[in-house]
Design a protein around this ligand. Structure first.
Ligand SMILES: [Zn+2]
Length: 425
């Protein structure tokens, strides 16, 4: 048997399929719950040297592949063939090739065991079937789905609109919830082009099946959605569990709606609930009060910060004034951060000090901030400072006359070295 189905990929129009007869249907359509089968290698196709990533890759073509090759925004399955991990699934000369690394000992005609990553497939089926429900609900408001992206983080649905109101999102969510609770069956049918044309498809067929009369795959979610689709679905909507809305982003002048679907949504909701609980205990309040409480704490914090900066500057001024009275000792460790150091250097300069060096308090990195002021320094002053202080005390910094700033590791050594430098020159 050769591969007799064709799956249109990444098309906004009807994803169609031609089958020679129904017994040729791929197993991922007929039995998507089956994750372990034995089948034969039909062919091993070489990969051209320029496309090789490590020189040992090839494509395996299987007689009856259980792996969905991807399409319509739904990613390809993952899994192993004869123990080799599949690195990607591609169409090669109209055949479906499973890329593997190694496998030099495999041969055409050989029977191999294929294992589908069923966790990945379950998630993929949930995302894709959930997307059908959401697109159907959006269609009730005249909002058409333009493209779909099923990513690792979220299911993105690009719609033919520049904006979607919150009330519509709410309605779409409750409509989807209803359909999930009703546990509606999801079925596939294989119809002739003529039969398809008579169906009220959500996504109209824009493209005739090439040259023929072969059946087209139509997926029905009972009394919810009828659309042409080549993807892999859940068998009932109840398996979707839950859908969350994650926000929207602009894309190509339209809007992309982001959804968290299925087990992902349950995990997300549980972790949100756990986070909420921790926040409530941290802020000593109920769910409904958290936002207001956090807002007022931030407001208080802002006031405290302003007041702290005022105090720091005031303290710096006092140190600056004090040091300006003692020309014998122009260095001082005064604690605090740059606010305090700046104010101290300013005040000392205003009081006529010729040189001062202040060191602040220890930072979370374990070093200390410093500031240096030197009135009318000679051109080599800061070079001498660097030589004397940085090399012996592990410091760094820079600036422009008359002020320089930086960090120092050994505060005590630095104070002594700078005192000698400033009183010697
Ligand atoms: Zn589908």
């Amino acid at each position: 048997m050769v591969f007799s189905f064709i799956i249109g990929r990444h098309k906004a129009d009807l994803i169609y399929t031609r089958v020679m007869n129904h017994s040729d249907l791929p197993i991922y359509w007929t039995d998507p719950e089956i994750g372990l089968i034995k089948t034969r290698i039909v062919e091993i196709l070489p990969i051209s040297p320029s496309e090789q990533e490590n020189g040992r890759e090839c494509f395996l073509v299987l007689e009856n592949s259980p792996f969905f090759p991807g399409g319509g925004g739904q990613p390809a399955d993952r899994g192993t063939i004869a123990g080799f991990e599949i690195g990607g699934i591609s169409r090669v000369d109209n055949l479906i090739g499973h890329r593997i690394t190694g496998g030099e000992n495999l041969a055409g005609g050989e029977e191999v065991e294929c294992t589908v990553d069923m966790d990945f497939r379950r998630d993929s089926r949930q995302q894709h079937t959930g997307q059908h429900l959401i697109s159907a609900a959006l269609a009730e408001y005249g909002i058409a789905t333009v493209s779909v992206h099923l990513g690792n983080e979220y299911c993105g649905i690009e719609v033919d609109a520049v904006d979607v109101e919150n009330r519509i999102i709410d309605r779409v969510l409750s409509r989807s919830d209803e359909w999930i609770q009703e546990d509606r069956p999801v079925r596939s049918r294989y119809l002739s082009q003529k039969e398809v044309e008579e169906l009220p498809l959500r996504r109209p067929s824009k493209k005739k099946v090439e040259g023929g009369t072969g059946p087209v795959r139509v997926v029905d979610i009972e009394d919810v959605d009828v659309t042409g689709c080549g993807g892999v679905h859940l068998s009932r909507t109840g398996q979707l569990r839950f859908i969350l809305f994650e926000g929207a982003e602009r894309i190509r002048g339209r809007i992309r709606l982001k959804w968290i679907i299925g087990d992902r949504a349950v995990t997300r909701a549980r972790s949100a609930s756990d986070r909420q609980d921790r926040l409530n205990r941290l802020l000593s309040c109920e769910d409904s009060e958290v936002v207001e409480r956090a807002g007022s704490i931030l407001e208080e914090l802002k006031v405290c910060r302003t007041s702290l900066i005022d105090s720091e500057q005031e303290m710096g001024r006092l140190y600056g004034e004090k040091i300006s009275l003692d020309s014998e000792n122009p260095v001082l460790q005064i604690g605090g951060g740059m606010e305090r150091l700046n104010a101290a250097a300013d005040a000392a300069a205003c009081r006529g000090a010729s040189s001062v060096f202040f060191v602040g308090g220890t930072t979370p990195n374990g070093d200390f901030p410093w500031i240096l002021y030197r009135r009318n320094p000679d051109p080599n002053f800061f070079s001498r400072f660097k030589e004397t202080v940085f090399e012996s005390t592990g410091g760094k910094g820079g600036g422009n006359p008359p002020v320089w700033r930086g960090r120092i590791i050994d505060a005590k050594k630095a104070l002594s070295a700078v005192r000698n430098l400033l009183t010697d020159t």
